[in-house]
Unconditional design. Structure first.
Length: 301
């Protein structure tokens, strides 16, 4: 029977770590998965990499396989070393060539491990394959990012899912929904669904990183004389002290009042001076008096 070089099939060195073997398997399994692959002989390759991973992921099976030595080459005819069967390493029942029809594994695998890995002992699923992870996008309001929220979303396949949006989440972060990716093969675990978050600004609040910006209109006399005003934040109403002689566009920083987290962001309040209209003669006279009282030109300095 033909020797199977499991390391070559997965494209790893013989001293590869468990993590390297797992990474190589996942990459190749995605490439040759029969449901999505357009590669030639995808199903055959998929079975080969599944078999290789079945052996190399298991320390005992890998150790038994490595005892054959590194001199065997893929494509050569394999004959078990003397004493292999009596040592309990295999059944050597196999078929003439190819994959065994009962278990789905090759004759080489069955010769080494067939005694303990029949179809019935594995529940009739010789190639368990984890489902693939999937990615989708989700828009989150600043209020949801600030307070956290529970949201019902509908996937493209019509399925509805409950999503928990954690407090303090920012754009670019991902929410993992375990088991909501593509379905596993032959009882393998489902993949996961990752929702990439975009936090959307609203009419009042603008998010930059974890800092929140809020524009607040003030009257000219509040800007000139200073004083205390009530403003609405995502935490509710708070009292803000306006310094005297504040200009329009001045930013006031409220530490720790941005998105929650460790550390929390800050809230920046932008002061915007709004002048009242001069609709009556009295109001026009007031502005005339101001013009005559102040030697002020806003376009200088």
């Amino acid at each position: 029977m033909e020797y199977k070089d499991y390391y070559k099939i997965l494209g790893v060195e013989r001293d590869a770590s468990d993590a390297e073997i797992k990474k190589a398997y996942r990459r190749l399994a995605r490439k040759y998965h029969p449901d999505v692959s357009k590669e030639a002989d995808a199903e055959k390759h998929f079975k080969e990499i599944g078999e290789a991973y079945e052996v190399l992921k298991d320390p005992q099976k890998r150790q038994s396989y490595d005892q054959l030595g590194a001199n065997w080459k893929a494509g050569e005819q394999f004959r078990p070393p003397p004493g292999w069967e009596s040592a309990g390493f295999g059944g050597f029942g196999g078929h003439a060539s190819g994959f065994d029809g009962a278990s789905g594994f090759s004759d080489f695998f069955e010769s080494m491990f067939g005694g303990g890995f029949t179809q019935s002992s594995r529940g009739g699923h010789p190639f368990q394959q984890a489902g693939q992870d999937q990615n989708a996008a989700i828009n989150v309001s600043i209020r949801e990012a600030y307070h956290g929220a529970n949201r019902t979303i509908r996937l493209s396949n019509g399925k509805s899912l409950q999503v928990k949006i954690p407090k303090g989440i920012t754009s670019g972060k991902k929410i993992r929904l375990s088991g909501q990716g593509t379905q596993g093969v032959n009882g393998g675990p489902n993949g996961d669904l990752y929702l990439e978050v975009t936090v959307v600004n609203d009419a009042l609040y603008e998010l930059q990183g974890k800092d929140i910006y809020l524009n607040v209109n003030i009257a000219p006399w509040e800007a000139a004389l200073g004083g205390k005003i009530e403003i609405t934040t995502l935490d509710g109403q708070i009292e803000l002290k306006i310094p005297a002689n504040s200009n329009s566009g001045r930013k006031m920083r409220l530490t720790g009042k941005g998105l929650p987290g460790s550390p929390a962001g800050d809230l920046y309040v932008r002061l915007l001076i709004v002048s009242p209209p001069a609709n009556t003669e009295e109001e026009k006279t007031f502005y005339e008096n101001m013009k005559n009282t102040f030697s002020f030109n806003p376009r200088t300095g």
